[in-house]
Design a protein around this ligand. Structure first.
Ligand SMILES: Nc1ncnc2c1ncn2[C@@H]1O[C@H](COP(=O)(O)OP(=O)(O)OP(=O)(O)O)[C@@H](O)[C@H]1O
Length: 294
């Protein structure tokens, strides 16, 4: 990356009561949408919490816009964030919470704009104690975005949202990206990640396993699906990958050797009606997580 990163972790480690949650984690991110992926307990929220200054690293440095993050330090004004678990004071209304958050930032987004963009009208005057899970999530995202900060941290932004809420959040994330912001999120929603993320970073057991553009991570294992018509699968393709009979009577071979499989199928079968498709990000990540750590 030629420009200064907007957010970075440098050899960050974190232990909770002596148990490692993040180990020598390094990553530097610029403008764009960046997603941390990994199984439950991988260390994603820990990494994000350290970046926001809410959690302290046991070792290493985190920086936002070139300044080292310290708990409660000035960098908090350059960050808008929504944590994974949301709790708001039960007796405050959504409007009051947003007003309170906005007052901590030098140039907050006008309330009316946030309300419209995230569809908050229906519960703006409601007490937070009476909000549904999805409403709390929308309010949390609104609290992050109202900061109008260059770096936006979203931990599981889509959890519990309905279709309309997901569309609103996706739209908002893409608008933030167009504005040159650095959006960092943790997610288990692969479809959403594929449609919004520029880069993905795979974390497992507190260690960064892979990082790069969404396409490059998807292509790391170069897995493909070869779908074909056949009464029975030719023996020559079975050693090339995992073979599955589909509901429509066709076969699907998941393989790293699609060209070799295609050659065998074209020779062995009369009209195989071959289709070759790259694997999804979710499948590639699943395979990467199964591999022994490199
Ligand atoms: N406050 C804490 N005290 C003790 N251990 C913790 C604490 N927070 C997290 N951990 C542990 O640290 C590890 C990483 O947790 P973390 O919440 O960062 O994972 P995650 O990747 O965000 O998981 P998920 O996808 O489930 O949200 C886990 O083993 C978790 O049990």
């Amino acid at each position: 990356m030629s420009r200064e990163p907007m957010a970075s972790w440098e050899s960050v480690s974190k232990k909770y009561r002596g148990v490692p949650a993040l180990t020598e984690f390094s990553l530097a991110l610029g403008p764009g949408v960046h997603c941390l992926l990994g199984p439950n307990g991988a260390g994603k929220s820990t990494a994000l919490g350290i970046l926001t200054g809410v959690r302290a690293a046991s070792r290493g440095t985190v920086q936002v816009l070139g300044k080292t993050v310290v708990r409660g330090g000035p960098q908090t004004r350059w960050l808008g964030s929504v944590p994974q678990s949301l709790s708001f004071p039960a007796t405050l209304t959504a409007r009051e919470v947003l007003g309170f958050v906005a007052m901590h930032y030098p140039d907050p987004v006008p309330l009316g704009r946030i309300v419209t963009e995230l569809g908050l009208q229906a519960f703006l005057e409601k007490h937070c104690g009476g909000l549904s899970g999805g409403q709390r999530r929308r309010l949390g995202i609104a609290c992050a975005v109202i900061a109008n900060a260059p770096v936006l941290i979203l931990d599981e932004p889509l959890a519990g949202l309905d279709i309309e809420g997901r569309a609103a959040v996706r739209h908002l994330i893409l608008a933030q990206r167009s504005a040159g912001r650095c959006i960092i999120m943790a997610s288990h929603d692969y479809a959403e990640v594929e449609s919004t993320a520029d880069t993905v970073t795979l974390v497992k057991d507190g260690v960064r396993l892979a990082s790069g553009s969404t396409d490059s991570v998807r292509g790391t294992l170069a897995l493909s699906h070869v779908v074909f018509n056949a009464p029975e699968a030719p023996a020559g393709v079975t050693p090339l990958g995992a073979l599955q009979r589909l509901d429509d009577g066709r076969f699907r071979l998941t393989t790293r050797y699609p060209d070799q499989a295609a050659r065998i199928l074209l020779q062995a079968l009369d009209r195989p009606r071959l289709q070759i498709n790259p694997s999804s990000l979710e499948e590639a990540v699943g395979e990467l997580l199964l591999e022994p750590q490199r």
